[in-house]
Ligand binder design. Structure first.
Ligand SMILES: Cc1cc2nc3c(=O)[nH]c(=O)nc-3n(C[C@H](O)[C@H](O)[C@H](O)COP(=O)(O)OP(=O)(O)OC[C@H]3O[C@@H](n4cnc5c(N)ncnc54)[C@H](O)[C@@H]3O)c2cc1C
Length: 455
């Protein structure tokens, strides 16, 4: 496969035309434009909401993303666990921006930024900007342990979710003909590292997939050999929730059949096992890393001093102290104030609200008005545990069980971008709810090798 390479040998006038074409959807707007040019890096929760806020304002906006879709990550675990098809948690960026007449889109990877020259370097053409909003999200944090990165599965985007689904389903297929009981158990053991919302939601959904669906698909397997082990270094799961909800979540996971190992640290992972800090090992073919998150890798290549989690420190107005025309929002931004000395968490509502504030501050600056500091309106937290369980902590209301799950369902359905996606997700959920089935049990793309071939 060849990658698109722009023709960099062109005359400067052609380069200007190329830039104008990118900025202006119908090519009609001249370049340099009389209006401020705002580039938004990332079409995630932050980027899309920044564009929405800037729509119709007297500025030209260009959004850049390495993918041509906006991903709704809170439902990604359902793609990994065969509950939803990948297309239903993603939406084409162009379909979103086409209703904003001053916003255009370019698919490209941003590789570096020259803040002094106000130029963004991308996998296609370099682009000038007047104002910049960086919203490139997050990446897994392996804390410098390359073996973790090499031997674990992650859940950060659609490719990850499909890879994990393919791995788990393939292992069940390989287990059918495996005569060695040790290898068979290894194939059927899934270890999830990290007891935060992603780890808990994945563990709950995988155990249900195994106990309600795969048990019927594989009558020849002894399903009691299949294990989902959730490993957490601290003494609790869902640390951001109050004690009562944490206990309830733990109990629910255990009742469903998830083996929860608290106060257990992972020391090493290889192709067929995980070793814990106390020296014990667990034979497994599939380890999911949900124990560390950091800012997107773009942060490493923009020459700024980074804070905890490689996040970019910003002023309360969300711009950089050194380059006030550059704003950083969402998972990439480091701003304390959530609690004294604590940075705002890497969650969607923070990204959405930061993006709106950054966009409004840019508009204020273009009108020579003062910028406003970021204020967070905290709507609370929620996480699902299986098909009908959840914990919800919102505006002082603490719920567990069916009611919390229903609240989670409504909020997520309404937050999804695109009517088609909402309908498809609702239909999938209703189908799974009433039949206990999962429609997307497909092993697609390249088949993962059996671990037997790999050792
Ligand atoms: C599996 C999972 C489950 C989650 N569940 C929840 C939840 O239930 N509730 C909640 O509030 N939050 C949840 N989150 C966190 C939430 O998704 C993030 O906080 C939110 O997406 C942050 O928004 P953002 O705009 O900063 O980044 P993102 O939404 O991640 O968007 C970043 C965008 O930047 C693009 N990008 C990255 N690097 C480059 C580059 N170099 N060049 C071009 N484009 C680039 C990416 O393709 C992506 O589209 C979850 C996250 C994950 C991964």
């Amino acid at each position: 496969m060849t990658t698109y390479q722009p023709d960099t040998t062109r005359h400067p006038a052609d380069a200007a035309a190329q830039i104008a074409a990118v900025y202006s959807r119908n090519g009609a707007r001249p370049w340099p434009s009389a209006r401020p040019r705002i580039v938004i890096i990332g079409a995630g929760f932050g980027g899309i909401n920044a564009a929405r806020t800037l729509a119709g304002k007297n500025v030209d906006v260009l959004m850049i993303d390495r993918n041509n879709y906006h991903g709704f990550w809170p439902l990604l675990y359902q793609v990994a666990t065969a509950g939803l098809e990948p297309e239903s948690v993603a939406y084409p960026v162009r379909a979103i921006v086409r209703s904003f007449n001053n916003v255009s889109f370019m698919m490209a990877e941003v590789t570096s930024i020259n803040f002094s020259a106000k130029i963004i370097h991308t996998s296609t053409i370099p682009l000038p900007y007047d104002y910049l909003i960086i919203a490139a999200g997050s990446a897994n944090n392996y804390f410098g342990n390359n073996a973790l990165a090499e031997h674990t599965y992650s859940l950060k985007d659609i490719n990850d979710a499909e890879r994990l689904r393919n791995r788990v389903l393939s292992n069940f297929e390989y287990a059918v003909s495996e005569q060695n009981p040790d290898i068979r158990r290894r194939l059927l053991t899934l270890v999830i590292v990290g007891g935060g919302p992603t780890g808990v939601e994945l563990a709950g959904a995988f155990i249900e997939l195994i106990r309600h669906v795969l048990v019927r698909d594989y009558p020849m397997l002894d399903i009691s050999e299949a294990r989902v082990v959730l490993v957490e270094a601290s003494d609790r799961v869902l640390a951001v929730f109050p004690e009562g909800l944490r206990q309830s979540a733990l109990r629910r996971l255990q009742e469903m059949g998830v083996e929860v190992r608290l106060k257990t640290q992972v020391a090493a992972v290889d192709a067929t096992s995980v070793t814990f800090a106390d020296g014990s090992t667990l034979e497994t073919d599939t380890v999911v890393w949900a124990a560390g998150v950091r800012s997107a890798h773009l942060a490493d290549s923009i020459g700024l001093k980074l804070a905890r989690g490689a996040r970019v420190p910003v002023e309360p107005t969300l711009n950089l102290a050194e380059y006030p025309d550059v704003f950083v929002v969402g998972d990439m931004a480091y701003l304390e104030g959530y609690k004294p000395g604590v940075a705002y968490p890497m969650v969607a509502p923070v990204a959405i609200q930061m993006a709106e504030r950054a966009a409004k501050n840019i508009v204020a600056t273009t009108r020579r008005r003062p910028m406003q500091p970021f204020r967070y309106f905290d709507k609370g937290n929620m996480a699902t545990i299986g098909r009908r369980g959840a914990v919800l902590d919102s505006f002082g209301i603490r719920l567990t069980g069916y009611l919390a799950w229903f609240g989670w369902l409504v909020v997520h359905l309404l937050s999804l971008v695109g009517f088609r996606n909402r309908v498809i997700v609702l239909l999938n959920w209703a189908y799974s709810y009433f039949t206990y089935d999962r429609g997307v049990r497909l092993i697609t793309g390249l088949k993962p090798n059996s671990s037997i071939d790999r050792v």
